[in-house]
Design a protein around this ligand. Sequence first.
Ligand code: UGA
Length: 445
Amino acid sequence: MKMAVVGTGYLGATHAACMARLGHEVMGVDIDEAKLSKLRSGEMPFYEPGLEELTREMVASGRLQFTSSYEEAAEFADVHFLAVGTPQKRGEFAADVSALESVIKLLAPLINRPAVILGKSTVPVGTAQEMRALARSLSPVGDDLELGWNPEFLREGHAIKDTLEPDRLVVGVADDGAGRAEAVAREVYADLLANGVPFLLTDLATAELAKTAANAFLATKISFINAIAEVCEAAGADVVQLADALGYDSRIGRAFLNAGLGFGGGCLPKDIRAFMARAGEMGAAQALTFLREVDSINMRRRTQMVEMVKQSCGELLGAHVAVLGAAFKPDSDDVRDSPALNVAGQLQLQGATVNVYDPKAMDNSRALFPTLGYSTSALEACDNADVVVVLTEWKEFRNLDPVELAGIVRQRKMIDGRNCLDPARWIGAGWQYRGFGRASSRTAN
Ligand code: UGA
């Protein structure tokens, strides 16, 4: 099929390359020329494992191209995916869907043959219906332009696998346009469907909500275990063993029960807030008041982390703190609402000398927090540190050698903000170890 993917951020760039991998002819569309010329030369504007190689291969195959011209995209494609950002509005909880609206306003008037638009961005429920009406009112083909919603569930760091082997495909369609949007979606994803990926055909609102509810559930699961971690600390119990015990229950599952610094990034925090805001607009605010608590348990992790560092150093003023990790999660260079960077900033503002190291997120971190100290390796960051804090669970940090590090730091104090280290190894090497909600938060003997 010939398709356009509008927006070439994490979502759009991945979707475009993966659709080309499935054999489709794909045109990635963006207004940012600098980004496009990088993508054309096979260079990624962000880090995602495997995506640079895949994009290069697809560009070389001739099945993937990039343009800033909506005319070209409208002329080229029979199906148009919308993958632009829907960030949190400044000073409000609601999502800003203006980028989506402006894409429809630019693209729809240029679509002059029957076509299908499939929205992928995460949107407040009701948006798809509005965008469908807007697109049809602006296109010369009117109702021959169909719009469905096909939310994306990919995770950063696993984006290619999540796109090519998703847990499910959800396609929301309007009653009177169901047939066409469904047929196009089935053709786009034919290979995935042949592999047995479940296909759920819903109305537009259900599809939009399926995405928002999934992220709200994941956020709730993380905050649940973090709240339990606080109780574990009070009771002298171990939240990691407890999560294992819960996880064996197939009704619960072990995933997303890692207690620690909590969730960040460009999705979960803004999505739960946008969900609350939209529920309020629809008169259902009460249904989601629990998400406020989910949000505040999560934000509390960051201040608790600063408190733990403070306790460990005696006082922050003049303390040397090595911060390992700046990305919001491993295998990503994304620092949007990153708990790690947020904590690093707070530590510095309270007088500590902070040295940050992250395997991939250095440039993005510097751009956001130019005043923090940055090191070129984990060992350099730990040089003369009074305390080392692991805030993103990169493999490189999980594999750090406590004996080697002991010779570099000023004091052997490790705070494991992601409960990703083996306490016995660190304690055995003479370190004082602290995790979140862990019984093993103690010193050797
Ligand atoms: C999330 C969802 O998992 C995807 O399904 C969704 O498509 C995406 O948002 C989106 O809306 O675009 P992502 O933000 O890439 O994906 O990352 P996650 O793997 O969900 O992690 C989010 C945050 O939760 C990270 O900061 C991570 O460190 C934290 N987390 C995750 C925990 O603190 N504990 C856990 O057990 C799991």
